[in-house]
Design a protein around this ligand. Structure first.
Ligand SMILES: NC(=O)c1ccc[n+]([C@@H]2O[C@H](COP(=O)([O-])OP(=O)(O)OC[C@H]3O[C@@H](n4cnc5c(N)ncnc54)[C@H](OP(=O)(O)O)[C@@H]3O)[C@@H](O)[C@H]2O)c1
Length: 344
C-alpha cells in the first residue's frame, strides 16, 4: 500500500464501452489509478490485495449487461490485508469474487459465501495459479459433482463435452481412475489428440468437424451411462438417445450460452421416463464444506503428475488483463488462464 497511512493507490479496470454484437477487446476497457481512503470495514467485510485473477468466459456477460465505468468483476486470489470476518483473518489467502483492481473491499453481501480461505489447502510446492484451476473452484466442482451425482461404476461409459477445458480434462481423468470408458469432444484436432495421447481418454472427437451423433455412437458401442454436460446445447438430445437405462446426465456448464448459442431444449425428454434416467443440475456453492476432503485427495495426484492439467499464467501490470481477456475469448491460450498482477 502506498500514500499516507489511511490512503492507498488502487488501479482498476473499468468497462469503457459496452461491446455491442462483438467480442470484447482491449478498446472496451479503461484502466484508472486513484488514491482512495482505506475503507472502514463493517462487520463481515474484508479488504484484499489481489494477486492472481481468473479469466472466465461468463465475465463478458456480466459486464455487457452492466454499466459503463463499472469495474469488471470476476474471481481471483489474493491476500487479506484487513478483515472484520473471522473466516478470513488478516494474512490468509483468499479466493473469491474480486474485481479487476489492485485491492478489493468486499462486504459479506458481495459473494463472500462464494469465497474460500485457501490456507487449509495451500501447498507451497505448487504455483498459486493452480488454485484458480485444477485445485480451485473448477477442480472442486468436477470432483464433487462426479461424487455426488455420478454414481460412477467401473466398466461404465462417460461422455464429456468440452473435454479439453479446465473442468473437462479433470472430469475425464477422475472417471478414468475409477475404471470408466471415457469419451471426450473438443474443438480442434490438436485438443482431440491431447485427450487421447496425453490424458488417457479412450476416445475423442472434434465436435466442429465430425457429426456428433455418429462419432459418439461409434465411440460408445455399449451406449452411454453418463453425460457430463459442460455445454448446455443440443448435444443433450443425442445423449438422451444414446444413454443406457438408469443413465445419468450431470448438467454443470453452459459454455454454449457464453457463446450466444440457444440453450438446450431437448425434444426427446421422454427418454428420461422410458429409460429411468436421472437429469440433474449441479451448483458448486452449496457444497463448500467439502473443500478439505477434495484437497486431501486431489493435491497429491496433482503433485505427482498422476492428474495432468494445463494452464497459462500471464504476468504484468493490471492493465494487461483487458488485452489478455480478448485473446482468451478468441481461444488464444492453452488451459486455465490466469493473470498474475502481484505477488501474494
Ligand atoms: N455448475 C457449477 O457449479 C460450475 C462451476 C464452475 C464452472 N462451471 C461452468 O462449467 C463450464 C466449463 O468451465 P471451464 O472453466 O471448463 O471452461 P473453459 O476451460 O474456459 O473452457 C473453454 C472451452 O470450452 C469450449 N467451448 C466453448 N464453447 C463451446 C461450445 N459451444 N460447445 C462446446 N465447447 C465449447 C472451448 O474449447 P473447444 O476448442 O473444445 O471448443 C473453450 O476453449 C462453464 O460454463 C462454467 O461456467 C460451472
Amino acid at each position: 500500500m502506498t500514500a499516507s497511512n489511511n490512503q492507498f493507490s488502487n488501479t482498476r479496470v473499468l468497462v469503457a464501452q459496452i461491446p455491442e454484437g462483438v467480442a470484447p477487446n482491449k478498446s472496451h476497457f479503461r484502466t484508472v489509478t486513484v488514491t482512495e481512503d482505506k475503507p472502514e470495514l463493517e462487520d463481515g467485510a474484508i479488504f484484499v490485495k489481489n494477486s492472481v485473477l481468473s479469466l472466465d468466459p461468463y465475465i463478458k456477460y456480466d459486464f455487457s449487461s452492466g454499466n459503463e465505468e463499472s469495474p469488471v468483476a470476476g474471481f481471483g486470489l489474493g491476500k487479506i490485508v484487513d478483515s472484520k470476518n473471522p473466516a478470513f483473518p488478516v494474512g490468509s489467502t483468499f479466493f473469491g469474487p474480486v474485481r479487476w483492481e489492485s485491492y478489493s473491499h468486499l462486504t459479506k453481501e458481495q459473494g463472500l459465501g462464494e469465497s474460500i480461505n485457501l490456507d487449509a489447502g495451500l501447498d507451497k510446492d505448487l504455483p498459486l495459479s493452480v488454485y484458480n484451476g485444477v485445485l480451485g473452484l473448477s477442480g472442486f466442482t468436477v470432483w464433487d459433482s462426479l461424487k455426488r451425482l455420478g454414481n460412477l461404476k467401473k466398466g461404465e461409459t462417460i461422455y464429456i463435452s468440452s473435454a479439453a477445458g479446465t473442468l473437462g480434462l479433470l472430469a475425464g481423468q477422475l472417471a478414468k481412475r475409477q475404471g470408466l470408458r471415457v469419451i471426450g469432444s473438443a474443438g480442434s484436432d490438436e485438443k482431440v489428440a491431447y485427450l487421447t495421447s496425453e490424458l488417457g481418454f479412450d476416445a475423442a472427437f472434434n465436435y466442429k468437424t465430425q457429426d456428433r451423433r455418429s462419432a459418439l455412437t461409434e465411440a460408445a458401442p455399449q451406449g452411454l451411462d453418463i453425460y457430463y454436460d459442460l455445454v448446455f446445447d443440443d448435444t443433450v438430445d443425442i445423449a438422451l438417445d444414446l444413454l443406457n437405462p438408469h443413465g445419468r446426465i450431470i448438467s454443470v456448464g453452459t459454455l454454449a450460452l457464453h457463446q450466444g448459442q440457444e440453450p438446450a431444449a431437448p425434444k426427446n425428454l421422454i427418454n428420461v421416463l422410458m429409460k429411468q434416467l436421472r437429469y440433474e443440475g449441479y451448483m458448486v456453492y452449496e457444497y463448500f464444506d467439502q473443500w478439505e476432503s477434495f484437497w486431501k485427495e486431489v493435491t497429491p495426484l496433482v503433485k505427482s503428475g498422476e492428474i495432468k492439467f494445463a494452464e497459462t499464467v500471464i504476468e504484468g501490470e493490471l492493465d494487461i488483463v483487458a488485452e489478455t481477456y480478448g485473446r482468451f475469448l478468441q481461444g488464444g491460450y492453452k488451459g486455465k488462464v490466469s493473470v498474475k498482477i502481484a505477488d501474494l
